[in-house]
Design a protein around this ligand. Structure first.
Ligand code: MG
Length: 279
């Protein structure tokens, strides 16, 4: 793949493994894209399908900002406690944290301040003075921000979900994030999805993540719908690849910045920049 423009690289998620899904700021979702016209999107006939399998971050909710704020809160609390005068800033986020697996981001930023902590491991308490402990603390901060402030789902996505509920289409969330349930709860959307296959469930069930199709296939299976009757919604290249690899009835690419052409090349049958056109 060719390198991404700077604005895109700056909004890659920080808490999923390298190569897993990516997302961007909602402002990019508002960009006008004449090549993804509603007329084209209306070619989707919902009578052909019985299930809709949605990625979460970037498809149902704009969640990148919340991750950035959680990093800010965690690192600045940590630095203050250690008496370090120079604060953590958004520039540090883009230089040391963005796009990396969570613990790698912690280690990288600490190294920039000449701070070395033991790695610890994922089971470390959030209070532990270890790389893993700080990563877990960031995750707690993320969940806390979600709980206190919530996150507003994309209005167009809510419109489609409601239309599909009215039709009786079965729905699932398939997300690499381990925070999927917390995000859905904060967005007030969790009751729409009887099946959630998040990073947590995938780990427990031994399912490989996207671009492997296994998590989407598991979700269709859990809903009792054959893959040919299921539609996949994804904003990441690895996600539309998973949809294509799983031979689903339809793969809808949701263009939040990655680009319609790239989404199509990686497996999207249809590309939209907002889900409302499919409602
Ligand atoms: Mg996504």
């Amino acid at each position: 793949m060719t390198s991404s423009p700077a604005w895109r690289r700056h909004h890659v998620r920080d808490d999923v493994p390298a190569g897993a899904e990516q997302m961007w700021r909602p402002t990019h979702a508002m960009r006008y894209r004449p090549d993804t016209s509603p007329a084209y999107a209306r070619a989707v006939d919902w009578t052909d399908y019985d299930a809709a399998l949605f990625d979460l971050d970037g498809v149902i909710t704009p969640t990148a900002e919340v991750h950035m704020r959680a990093w800010d809160q965690m690192f600045n609390d940590f630095l203050r406690d250690r008496g370090v005068a120079e604060p953590y800033t958004d520039a540090d986020y883009f230089t040391y944290v963005d796009g990396k697996p969570r613990y790698d981001g912690v280690r990288s930023f600490l190294a920039s301040r000449s701070i070395t902590l033991p790695d610890g491991d994922a089971s470390d308490a959030a209070s532990a003075e270890t790389v893993s402990g700080l990563g877990n603390r960031k995750n707690d901060d993320f969940e806390q921000i979600l709980k206190t402030e919530g996150v507003a789902p994309y209005p167009g996505s809510v419109a489609l979900v409601k239309a599909l509920v009215a039709r009786g289409t079965k729905m699932a969330i398939v997300s690499s994030s381990r925070n999927a349930a917390a995000v859905l709860t904060a967005a007030g959307m969790i009751d729409y999805f009887p099946v959630i296959v998040s990073g947590k469930e995938a780990g427990e069930r031994g399912l490989p993540g996207k671009p492997a199709p296994d998590t989407f296939l598991a979700a269709a299976d859990d809903l009792g719908v054959p893959k040919e009757r299921a539609v996949v919604f994804e904003d990441a290249l690895s996600g539309v690849q998973a949809g294509r690899a799983g031979d689903f009835g339809l793969v809808v690419g949701v263009d939040r910045g990655v680009g319609a052409d790239a989404l199509k090349q990686h497996g999207a049958d249809v590309v939209v920049d907002d889900l409302e056109v499919l409602a």
